[in-house]
Write a protein that binds this ligand. Structure first.
Ligand code: FES
Length: 200
């Protein structure tokens, strides 16, 4: 009789524990569900804004003749090829693309005679819009990053992150920029190319 009562008490205690655990689980589930909903609503009501960007003066439009290009360094040190591909004076007559090859980091240059950007290290070829069409960058689907441009009052501006604008002006690093001649020998255009293992 005594044992039966003890067994019933144990069973009751187990039921209470199970009931308590299931309530805790239910509350935790509700908290998680409402938390997810709140986060979703927060993102919907207050969407993340893209980083602010600003315009930075590059050069007078007249200084960059049709077919020519210059290399510009942003205040943060990014190298950019700015080429005048059209004959007009609108922003659409210019293009600004990262001059750092996405393959192994050599410097890409504009070849107006071939209407392309070219990387001499491994013969990477890019369209005037920066899309890789030959060489290792094309095989890997790596294209050149593009920067927006605007022309205002005969002056050319490039768009960069606002915190770069605060760093001060960028600079033209190769004003008299002329594409290298034929040959494309990587030895003539050395770079600090390294593969993933750090080999040159
Ligand atoms: S680094 Fe440009 S093609 Fe290899």
């Amino acid at each position: 009789m005594e044992e039966t009562r003890a067994g019933e008490a144990n069973a009751e205690s187990r039921r209470e524990t199970l009931g308590w655990l299931s309530k805790v689980g239910m509350v935790a589930g509700l908290v998680a569900a409402y938390g997810t909903l709140a986060a979703f609503m927060g993102r919907f009501l207050f969407p993340a804004r893209p980083p602010a960007r600003g315009w930075m003066f590059v050069t007078e439009v007249d200084r960059l003749g049709p077919g020519s290009a210059l290399r510009y360094r942003t205040p943060a040190g990014a190298q950019v090829n700015i080429a005048r591909q059209g004959k007009g004076e609108a922003a659409s007559d210019f293009v600004a693309l990262s001059s750092t090859c996405p393959h192994l980091g050599c410097q890409v240059h504009w070849e107006s005679q071939n209407d392309r950007f070219f990387c001499p290290c491994h013969n990477g070829v890019f369209t005037p819009e920066g899309k890789a069409i030959a060489g290792p960058p094309a095989e890997a689907g790596q294209s050149l990053g593009r920067y927006p441009l605007k022309v205002d009052g005969g002056l050319l501006f490039i768009e960069v992150p606002l915190d770069e604008v605060a760093l001060g002006p960028g600079e033209i690093v190769d004003d008299d920029y002329s594409p290298p001649g034929p040959g494309h020998d990587p030895c003539l255009y050395p770079c600090n190319c390294r593969d993933a293992a750090g080999r040159a």
